[in-house]
Design a protein around this ligand. Structure first.
Ligand SMILES: Nc1nc2c(c(=O)[nH]1)N[C@H]1C(S)=C(S)[C@@H](COP(=O)(O)O)O[C@H]1N2
Ligand SMILES: [Mo]
Length: 510
């Protein structure tokens, strides 16, 4: 390789290092003050808010719940590559171009910070710190090298190529690690400690202890209660918003006669009840696992709304989390069902990623129209004035959870030993509850055995024993609710209001 080429590589690597350091400085600074926002986060949030619905759906499909990790990785990669380009341009003596790239990168990041809801001017402090750090590194190292110096002789201030590349690699890895650490410190940090110290009061209206879980003895069956760390997680937030539980408040306002504001301890002082409820994401495909069952602890939402005394003109309860997310459902759905402001999940304070300190849970509704995590505001309003986050993005205004059933075991394409075999799965049919589950084996329908019934809005486990004969088999499942309604066979995509159809798998017995 010619010296020239080697030097350009070094300049590129140094550009990459400078941006890695810049990102590191940006993340570090954003941890210092809650009003100072991370440019990487903001850029991610901004992209999520502007990309077309179809691309976002594709990303979620391709990367499942890792779509945001992929987004952040892409942002980092592009930023680092632009840094490399700037480094190379500086070395070529095209200083203006080099600094312009870095400058534009910084300004763009800062603009996306300002685009965030409620971002003040000081929110761009980390962007500025980051831009400054990049410029400084570039200026100190590369800005001093004169182009002709390079052409004449070997690297001037630059060490051997291998060494520099090693440093570049090291710095990028370090930068990445710092980014991750910084972000998790920020997200979790103090609040993790505060959350751990919380002891939730016992429910004023507790539920009976949970029955024995058939899943302990049935292979592949979903557990009756989904453990918190296995509960699916869906939200638009790159990071959970930073909330200090001691200063957090929840306001109920809008079209009401008596606006109410509660803090965390006000909430815990209210009568608390337990609710077993299965929540599903509208994006859960037939047979998918964006659904989980938990025992929630919280206070009644209808009581709170009644105290606020809605005007007769209001027709929507729109909850929001202060990070741009909002979910709305009809006021008249508070029809006695156990909607709650939840503070506990399976015996623990809400996990941060599931909405700590508080979230909304409305039995029978998909999460996108109801289950606002990190909730700070509940506005009584009208559908013709305001809508939740996903409504303008092509999803239905109303989101009742559809009756569904799933085969957990075996999985599609499995080979099972011929002879005695136990199929197992779960089914849910809010609000009435599951009356029966039928398994179709090569077109012949049989009733499955049902597990315990917790409430009309929780899933029920089912299993079915069969003597499998050699060969290929098609297995289908369908549920029947307590009103006698059979789960529809009609296949619907998740958009706009949830998937439907019978979960079908193919297996072979040997
Ligand atoms: N603040 C906030 N709350 C939110 C969301 C969100 O993006 N932001 N997503 C909703 C959606 S689409 C679903 S399905 C549920 C998922 O809740 P979970 O992550 O606790 O399973 O949260 C709802 N609440
Ligand atoms: Mo969702």
């Amino acid at each position: 390789m010619s010296i020239d080429k080697a030097i350009h590589r070094q300049a590129f690597a140094l550009g990459v290092i400078s941006v890695a350091i810049g990102i590191f400085v940006g993340e570090l600074t954003s941890n210092l003050h809650s009003a100072w926002k991370s440019p990487v986060d903001s850029l991610g949030n901004w992209i999520i808010s502007v990309i077309p619905h179809s691309i976002e759906r594709l990303a979620i499909t391709l990367f499942r719940t890792h779509d945001k990790g992929f987004l952040v990785a892409t942002i980092l990669l592009v930023a680092l590559l632009l840094g490399g380009l700037a480094g190379d341009l500086l070395l070529r003596g095209k200083r203006k171009f080099g600094y312009t790239i870095v400058g534009l990168e910084t300004i763009f990041g800062a603009l996306t910070v300002l685009a965030r809801p409620h971002a003040g001017l000081t929110a761009i402090v980390p962007s500025l710190a980051s831009g400054l750090a990049i410029a400084l590194v570039l200026f100190v190292v590369l800005g001093r090298v004169k182009p002709q110096q390079i052409e004449v002789n070997a690297p001037v201030q630059l060490k051997s190529r291998r060494q520099v590349l090693k440093y570049a690699g090291g710095a990028s890895v370090l930068g990445g690690l710092m980014l991750v650490t910084g972000q998790s410190v920020k997200t979790h940090g103090l609040n993790v400690i505060k959350r751990l110290a919380i002891k939730l009061p016992a429910a004023t209206h507790p539920l009976p202890p949970l029955p024995a879980d058939p899943a302990t003895s049935i292979a592949g069956l979903s557990t009756l209660i989904t453990p918190n760390n296995q509960f699916y997680q869906i939200d638009t937030a790159i990071n959970a918003p930073i909330i200090d539980v001691d200063s957090w408040t929840l306001s109920i306002n809008g079209m009401v006669k008596n606006p109410i504001t509660l803090n965390y301890s006000d909430l815990l002082k209210r009568p608390l009840f337990e609710l077993d409820d299965t929540m599903s994401c509208v994006s859960n495909p037939v047979g998918g696992n964006l659904v989980g069952n938990a025992r929630w602890l919280g206070c009644r939402l209808d009581d709170l709304i009644r105290e606020a005394s809605p005007l007769s003109s209001a027709d929507q309860i729109l909850s929001s989390s202060g990070d741009g997310f909002g979910a709305g459902f009809p006021l008249n759905l508070l029809d006695g069902r156990d909607a709650m402001i939840a503070v506990g999940m399976n015996g623990q304070p809400l996990p941060i990623r599931h909405g700590f300190p508080a979230r909304v849970i409305v039995p029978g509704l998909y999460g996108y129209v109801s289950a606002t995590k990190w909730v700070t505001n509940i506005e009584l309003t009208r559908f013709d004035i305001k809508q939740g986050f996903w409504i303008s993005r092509g999803w239905s205004q109303l989101g009742p959870i559809k009756m569904e059933s799933r085969i957990d075991y075996p999985t599609d394409g499995a080979t099972v030993p011929a002879g005695k075999f136990r199929f197992a799965g779960v089914a849910w049919a809010p609000l009435s509850g599951i009356a029966s589950v039928q398994l179709g084996i090569d077109g012949v329908w049989k009733d499955a055995t049902l597990g315990p019934s917790l409430s009309g809005t929780t899933w029920r486990q089912w299993w079915f024993d069969w003597d499998t004969s050699h060969g290929n088999h098609q297995i289908e499942v369908r549920a029947v609710n307590k009103g006698g309604e059979v789960q529809t066979q009609a296949i619907a995509d998740v958009s706009p209001n949830g998937a439907s159809g019978w979960h079908t798998i193919h297996i072979s017995s040997k």
